[in-house]
Design a protein. Structure first.
Length: 165
């Protein structure tokens, strides 16, 4: 007999990289609360205002809190575009908060100066980074809490639905 059923559709990027691993964790006994913690923390650390630091911060947090490394790293990577968007606002808010003079900033300028002369870059822009980190540290707990408490009920419902299937 010939099989006339439609071919199975290939999962899209979102299903393969995000929903699939989360679903797998939910069906392997990881609690929805722990996954919500992992997702919220990965996103929050992913927007840390120092380029290239999110990967390390996510890795350290996952190791220290025994969270799922692939999920936290994937979430931190997804946050990278937002990190780029928020980088200058964090720095400008830090300048404003500390009444520091505004210095000319742009992402391409920061990158080229960093790679031209790293010690001089750190001398010129180090305090700008510190002030940006301070602003991030004020906002990060609020952002983390909003994400965590929004994701937790959604993941609990999804886990309950998966348990019924």
């Amino acid at each position: 007999m010939i099989d006339v059923s439609p071919p199975a559709s290939r999962p899209n990027w979102w299903q393969r990289r995000i929903a699939g691993p989360v679903r797998q964790q939910l069906t392997q006994g990881i609690t929805p609360d722990k996954i919500a913690l992992t997702l919220a923390l990965g996103f929050t650390l992913g927007i840390f205002p120092i380029l290239g630091s999110g990967f390390l911060l996510c890795g350290l947090a996952a190791w220290a809190l025994k969270l799922n490394q692939p999920i936290i790293q994937g979430t931190g990577t997804l946050a990278y575009p937002l990190q780029l968007v928020l980088l200058l606002p964090f720095y400008r808010a830090g300048e404003s908060l500390f009444s520091a003079p505004a210095i000319p900033l742009s992402i391409p300028q920061l990158l080229s100066r960093f790679f031209e002369d790293t010690p001089r870059f750190l001398q010129e822009y180090g305090m700008t980074g510190v002030r940006g980190i301070f602003v991030w540290s004020l906002l990060a707990p609020v952002g983390w809490a909003a994400l965590y408490f929004s994701l937790r009920p959604l993941l609990r419902r999804w886990a309950a639905r998966l348990a019924k299937d």
